[in-house]
Design a protein around this ligand. Structure first.
Ligand code: PLP
Length: 346
């Protein structure tokens, strides 16, 4: 199948992760449920990379990571403050509400899919009506955002400072944390716990794994009994090594960052080739591995006719063009040339 721009999850497993899976598999019989050396090493490597003694868990996917982490922070009558475009609000079929037993997501629709301290303040204050309104308990921020933008460490810090003022815990949906890190060139710690994040859902799948996202609790007391929540939800893998051996390969030698840097570079390349075309307008600066762009419906139809796959994301013209760890410059150039040809011929 040809490469597409529909999602970074259309790509397969990266070679380093696949080789690690094969090597771990060749070891024969190994104890289950994470009682193995790959899982120990993957946790240790994450603690080393994040320069802190985090509690680390692995679940099958990002929806479970987010929903279980938020459930851990919230009682059923609590609220989670998130962006209106966020995955927890838009793309999880109510999983955070299910796993928390009722917690509600309250949203702000701020520019570029980035929350602001003012928006967090306003939503948190709504709880002042006492028992009649859900009580704000957590702030959820997405890094990189669902519009391919990033929060700088100081922007994260300003949000978490506002969160603290209202007694909120801070969750970060880091399905594309590596892409944000590659852009910002800061340390993982500076972009997470040092900036006030309590729990990070760290994505591996879009970065080159087959399965498995990590949940890192930096405030270790928040992780109490989390393993039961994971097990009850059906997210404790009995053959854990087959998830954590590829994770370890992604983290060793910083493959996660080189994969992310490559995907980001392909997004920049694509945006540079199409931004000045007639009818084409960027909806957000390209700061991670996605290009969010307005394409006239006729251009979209012509591109789909040529076999290209991508999502119309916002209204009828807002398109999401995602690049992956394996997207080649040739694919980008062919796609850009087809966009140019259709845009110019109108
Ligand atoms: C892909 C993604 C997730 C995880 O989705 P799953 O399909 O459940 O693994 C979470 N958050 C964001 C922002 C995503 O893009």
């Amino acid at each position: 199948m040809p490469q597409q721009f529909a999602s970074d999850n259309n790509a397969g497993i990266c070679p380093e992760a696949l080789a690690a899976l094969t090597r771990a598999n060749a070891e024969g019989h190994v104890p289950g449920y994470g009682d193995d050396e790959w899982t120990q090493k993957a946790c240790a490597r994450l603690r080393e990379l994040f320069e802190t003694d985090a509690q680390v868990f692995f679940v099958f996917n990002g929806t479970a990571a987010n929903a279980l982490a938020l459930a851990q922070l919230c009682q059923p009558y609590h609220a989670v403050i998130a962006h209106a475009f966020s995955h927890v609000e838009e793309d999880e079929a109510g999983a955070p509400a299910l796993f928390s037993g009722g917690a509600k997501i309250v949203t702000a629709d701020t520019a570029l899919a980035k929350l602001t301290p003012q928006a967090v303040d306003a939503l948190a204050k709504k709880g002042r009506r006492g028992v009649h309104h859900v009580k704000a308990r957590a702030l959820s921020i997405t890094q990189a955002t669902e519009l391919g933008t990033v929060y700088t460490p100081s922007e994260v810090g300003a949000l978490t400072e506002m969160a603290r003022r209202h007694g909120l815990k801070v969750h970060m949906d880091g399905a594309r944390f590596a892409n944000a890190l590659a852009t910002l060139q800061c340390s993982p710690a500076d972009l997470s716990w040092r900036a006030g994040v309590d729990v990070l859902c760290l994505g591996g799948v879009k970065n080159g794994l087959a399965v498995g996202e990590a949940v890192l609790f930096f405030a270790c007391e928040l992780a109490a009994e989390f393993e039961w929540r994971v097990k009850q939800a059906g997210h404790l893998n009995s053959k854990m090594r087959l998830v954590t051996a590829p994770w370890l390969a992604l983290l060793e030698g910083d493959v996660w960052l080189s994969n992310a840097r490559h995907a980001n570079a392909m997004a920049r390349r694509l945006s540079e080739r199409i931004t000045n075309l007639p009818g084409v307008r960027l909806l957000a600066p390209v700061q991670a591995n996605g290009v969010f762009v307005e394409l006239p419906p006729a251009v979209q139809a012509a591109l789909r006719e040529k076999g290209w796959r991508f999502y119309t994301f916002l209204g009828e013209t807002g398109c999401r063009l995602m690049c992956a760890w394996d997207t080649t410059p040739e694919t980008v150039d062919r796609f850009a040339a087809d966009i140019a040809a259709t845009a110019m011929s109108r």
